[in-house]
Design a protein around this ligand. Sequence first.
Ligand code: ADP
Length: 180
Amino acid sequence: MEREFAGRKLQLVPGDITKETTDAIVNAANSSLLGGGGVDGAIHRAGGAAILEECKAIRARQGECPTGKAVITGGGRLAARFVIHTVGPVWKGGNRGEEALLASCYRSSLRLAAENGVASVSFPSVSTGVYGYPVKEAARVAIGAVAEFLENEERAPELVRFVLFDGITLQAYRDALQER
Ligand code: ADP
């Protein structure tokens, strides 16, 4: 499924984000930046040690990555040139600023992409795995934040792709994109 916002493409595809050939892929990291389970583990395994080394260097320079923010590294052995590591909120019931923090993840990641001249970027479904964010709500926030960025930012990437790992998640994002 695909839609255009201000002439830029927003695509939804099923698949494994570590195989993506967009200029950048986004990692659903944790604030330690030292790797973890889920998509984070998969990206570090596929990309090799160089990515972790860069994450450690960033950590030594600026400390942990706060929730809602993002940092950028090279792509190591991945096809993607860059990995943008963003830290999603842990779901705590919905009244702890989760929505604003999740939207901020997408905006921070897209801002870094724009600053680094990235023309195409792929996102996983941030926070909807171990972090427990209900997927229907997360999809609405994710699609809203990305569509708004594409519509309003001069230097936004030409292509933003959501690479969704399972059918329920893909359907939730389809519904959110259709409703928009
Ligand atoms: P979080 O801690 O932010 O919840 P997770 O990695 O636990 O992050 O899950 C986020 C989403 O990423 C989930 O929908 C999960 O199914 C998905 N996911 C896991 N591995 C991959 C992968 N290789 N490619 C794309 N998505 C993945």
